[in-house]
Each structure stands twice: as structure tokens, then as C-alpha cells.
Design a protein around this ligand. Sequence first.
Ligand code: SF4
Length: 195
Amino acid sequence: MPTALRTLQKNASEFFDEIHKHHSKEMQCGKGCSACCYTDLHIFESEAIEIVEYINSLPQEERTKLISSFRSPPPGKDPTGRIQPPCSFLNKNQECVIYPARPLICRTQGAPLLFKLEESKKKKTDSIDHCPLNFKNKLPDRAHWIQLDRMNQLLSIAEKDYQIKEKQLILDSIKDSNERISLKKLKKWITQNNE
Ligand code: SF4
């Protein structure tokens, strides 16, 4: 039985594919582009556990290969030439080494993201963001925008549904004050626990 998180991840990936199918000419996203992977994301605990479980489920040889790829990261320059630290899970070939278990936000990057921007304590306005490599001339119809706030609400609900209690001890040590987990710290934790 898939968890609510896995269902949400699957739905997000399918919606992204649908957007890409209709707008492939206006989108750079695809194998070899890692422009949105030059960042240190902070993810939900359930997502971190999915990543740990994914790595643990790999055959020994593959797991060892994945962990050793941590020692040769890509250069600190994104594909547009900006100097930026890469995500801890990006390898030297610009590939995501945890792709099947990547967090929800990674499944939506590249699509237009709609969110509420707080202008003041009382006023919030709609704002739209997307990768600068995509949609240079025209945005797609609103039906092909991703509602970021709604997605995060669903992620919070999925987090509650997750059987975290018996698993959380493993990650307590690396949680930030805002209860999120940095991918950088997660990689360090995984490396230490696979030595
Ligand atoms: S987890 Fe994977 S897809 Fe997400 S930012 Fe890191 S390398 Fe990119």
C-alpha cells in the first residue's frame, strides 16, 4: 500500500509530465539539465525517510557506488554559468542519484509555480515563478500552473499520515529548528551510517 507521500509524489510527477508534454518546446527540462539542482533544499522528515529507505533498499553494490559518488561532486557552477554550490545528491555527471525518491519540490521545478506572496501582514498577492530557462516568451494557461501553497498543505497532511514515530530517532539529530532537514546534512548522516 503506497503511503500518502508516495501518492503525492507520483501525482506531482505525472502532472509535471503532462505540463512538459504540452510545452516541451518552451521548457529546457530533461536529461542533462540540472539548473534547478544548485541549491541546498530543506525537506520534510517523511521525505528524508523515503530517501534513506530508498538507499537502504538498493543492492549492496549499487549502494556502495551511490555513496562513493558523494566523493566526486559536480563543479560549483550551474549550467547557466552561475557559481553556486550543487545539491548534495547531484553527481559529477549532473544526475540526481536519488531520482526515484527525490523530494516533492524537485518533481515540480521547471513548471510555473503559483504561490501567495506576503506584501504586508494583511496583504498577500498571487505570485508566479519558474526557471529562467523556461517559458521565455509566454506562460502556459493557468491549468498548467502548480499551486505551491496547496502542494505544501498536502505535503503537511501526508507527513501526519506517515508512520514517522518508529523511524524518527534516526533523523532527530539532523533536524533544523524549523523541523525541516537539509539535504546537505542528510547526505552527511547517510555517509556516516554507511561507513
Ligand atoms: S534531490 Fe535530486 S532532483 Fe532534487 S535538487 Fe537534489 S539532485 Fe536535484
